[in-house]
Ligand binder design. Structure first.
Ligand code: FPP
Length: 257
């Protein structure tokens, strides 16, 4: 009887997503476009902000899962340079959520070894958000268990233009020659300078586009689209995405070995 129980449990464990993951092939950097909050709320007859609030809970769960899985970098797209086009009320609710959660979650994230790294045109954010970002950065800057890149007022094109400006300044100041510019030097001037590119980009809610996220960094990133709306996205969904990634044949433009 005991043996039967053990046998059943063993098979049950293998059916669970975690039982199928290859611990030796965990992506180093996972990027997520947190999409579908509005639809999640609409389906429940709730205001859109309820979807964003629920989206924060999903983010908390995924950060925890990344730490457990030993993922080294998690990038999340929280607010794009184009999101200012949304109704004023929605924009201010998103800013409030960000400010409030940075203030309340930073200590816990710090205890868990998370380095909070907000990226984007941060000086255009409301002053209260900038203050909380500065506090979170200062508190967590030495942590290295997980880097959490939060893209805020971020656009891939903006990031490339900003890097081009920094490069032009270096050349004008005589610190670099035109023909010395390499892809590595250019990448070092992006907001993600010094970090490995994402191995896996997850887009929940079924849309199949990059929406101006990590245009440079995703040159060889594996893309996984999930039909699950972001507020419902949990550890098991992340694990399914990783298992799918682990079965991909990454050739980086070369041929199969
Ligand atoms: C896209 O869904 C989601 C956003 C523009 C905001 C994402 C932000 C959060 C989950 C909150 C992040 C908070 C912190 C603390 C970083 P959508 O509104 O475009 O959904 P829809 O496509 O269904 O309308």
């Amino acid at each position: 009887m005991d043996f039967l129980k053990f046998f059943k449990n063993k098979h049950f464990a293998q059916d669970m997503p975690l039982g199928r993951i290859n611990r030796d092939k965990i992506p180093q950097h996972v990027a997520i476009i947190m999409d579908g909050n509005g639809r999640w709320a609409q389906k429940r007859g709730l205001p859109r902000y309820a979807g964003h609030k629920a989206g924060v809970e999903a983010l908390k769960d995924i950060v925890k899962a990344c730490i457990e899985l030993n993922i080294k970098i998690l990038s999340v797209f929280a607010f794009s340079t184009e999101n200012w086009k949304r109704p004023k009320e929605e924009v201010s609710i998103l800013m409030e959520l960000l400010t409030k959660h940075l203030a309340t979650e930073k200590d816990d994230l710090h205890k868990n070894g998370v380095k909070i790294n907000c990226i984007g045109s941060l000086d255009k954010l409301p002053p209260s958000a900038q203050t909380e970002i500065a506090k979170a950065h200062a508190l967590t800057k030495k942590n290295h268990k997980l880097i959490l890149n939060i893209a805020l007022n971020y656009g891939g094109r903006l990031e490339i233009v900003e890097a081009a400006k920094k490069l032009a300044a270096k050349i004008c100041e005589g610190n670099l020659k035109n023909d010395e510019v390499t892809e590595e030097i250019f990448a070092s001037l992006l907001f993600t300078g010094g970090q490995a590119d994402p191995d896996l980009l997850i887009r929940p809610s079924g849309e199949m586009r990059l929406s101006n996220f990590y245009l440079w960094q995703t040159a060889y990133t594996e893309i996984y689209v999930s039909s699950v709306l972001w507020p419902d996205f949990r550890k098991d969904n992340l694990i399914e995405a990783i298992i799918d990634y682990q079965n991909r044949d990454r050739r980086f433009g070369g041929i199969k070995k």
